[in-house]
Every structure is written in C-alpha cells, then in structure tokens.
Design a protein around this ligand. Sequence first.
Ligand code: VAH
Length: 311
Amino acid sequence: TILVIGACGQIGTELTMKLRDLYGPDNVIAGDIREGNETLMASGPFEQLDATDLKAIEEVVMHYEVDTVYLMAAMLSATAEKFPMRAWNLNMNSLFNVLNLAKEKKIERIFWPSSIAVFGTTTPQNDTPQTTIMEPSTVYGISKQTGERWCEYYFNKYGVDVRSIRYPGLISYKTLPGGGTTDYAVDIYIEALKEQKYECFLSENTALPMMYMDDAIRATLELMQAPAENLTIRSAYNLAGLSFTPKDISKIIKSHIPEFEITYNPDYRQAIADSWPSSIDDSAARKDWNWKTEFDLEKTSKAMLNGLKES
Ligand code: VAH
C-alpha cells in the first residue's frame, strides 16, 4: 500500500485523491497531523500522524503493509522565515524518518518534494540548469537543498529508491496553500472573483516558475512509475511549467473579469521571490522520463476561475 504523509496539504490532498483513483482507495493511507477537507476524509483510510514521529510512522507502515511513502509534509518558505528551527526540525527529521525506514528495508520507495527554493541569488536566473550554483538564502531553501543531498547519499550508499522533483510554485483551487511565497498566484484568482481586486505582495514584474497542480501531480506519478534504470538524477529533477509575473496574470484575469483591478504592495516575501529563478531548464526530466507541460497560463487561468466558481 501507499502512505501519503502530509495528505491534507496543498499537494498532498490532490495527490492522495489521484493515487486513490489509480490504486484503489483502501490502498492509499492519508496521514497528517490534522484532518483534511471532507472530500479527502470521506475517500479512504486516514491516520493522525506527526511526520517527525518515527515510531508513529513505523506503526502505520507495519499495520497497513506500506511499501511506498510520499512525504509531502513541510513548512513552506514564508512561514519558515518566522520559525526557522521549527521548520528545520519538521523538514529534515521527517525526511530522515522515511529514508531510514527505507534503509532498513521496511519500505521500498519514497517520493520527497524539493523546490526551486534550493536556488539563490548567485544561481543563473533564466533557464536555471539542473546542475548549477545553489546558495539558497531561505530556511526553507536550505532545508530542501540539504534534503536533496541526503536523498542522493541514501541512494548511492544504501540503494534507497528515493525520487524527487524541484516543484515550482503550484497553483490549485481545491486545497489552499499555506505560507508560501508563490501563494499570490492562487490568492489573486480567489480575490478577483470575490472582490474584483487584489493587492499583490510581490512587485508587478516578479517572474517566477509556476505550474498548475494537475501537471505537478502527473509529473510526480510519471517519475514514480519510471523504470529506475532511466533515472540519472537522484537529488531532485528541475521541472518547468510556466513562468509569469503578477502583471501577466492580471492581464489574463482582466480578459475574463474586465473590472478586475490589481495594486502592488511588496512585503518581506519580495526578497524571497527575488532570490529565486525566473525560469527553469527541465531538459533532464524531459530526457529521463518524457516530461512535458500541458497547462499554459491561459489554460491554468480558465481552470482556476471555473474551478473556483464551481467549488
Ligand atoms: C513556497 N510554494 O512558496 C512554495 C514553493 C517554489 C515555492 O516552494 O514556499
């Protein structure tokens, strides 16, 4: 069976639902420190689980005969700047817990999300390469860069089959994000429908790598289903989807909601965004497991506005 730790989060919720569609609800255990939305809670087994508690994870793994773990629990960039030590503890100890279970052969395969946050101001900003200078300046970015090093170490030293993707900012409407710097790209659609206006916490020309959630989930499953011998990267794969600025989104939203108005009031998250790339080179993912993006900004905007109207 599969265990999703952090199953109630922005990625975890849609990942768990997709995995349940594919493998059957009873074969996908949702684990989280807090309960999720009613759709998720009604769709299959749930275990209250603290990602930093090795014993608790091991009990769930043994009880449900788990062979694959998706570790989606983490504290994101903006919140991590407010609670550095709590972020480090959660982001790192949860990873060591599942890596060590795999080293002891108690589970067979792991997915762990990295992020474009591993890059810093000294990294080439445009078409950021798979292998390049990485001097992250945020707690979250440091934890993701360190996590990548440990994933590669456990693969090389103990043969642990751990796979990872450097997610860009993710855009979804089913489960709201929490504490991310890229969350403006979700909030803007919600506010556009509710108030026909949005005050953006990043400046208008802040270009960031982004991706619609359906593409991110599909990439995750394609990587996890790829034959191990095809994979040349065991730190984390660059993944490119879209790259746009708040100005780009506001133009598209205006074409759907003409009275929409945007204002800009950059806050502490501007410095975080400025330390990240504007666009990503994902040629390794395209070569190793045939990755290709499906949602462009127009398709993403339509999906967000229609999805929010229906939910
Ligand atoms: C964040 N959404 O903003 C996350 C992500 C690349 C951004 O890591 O922290």
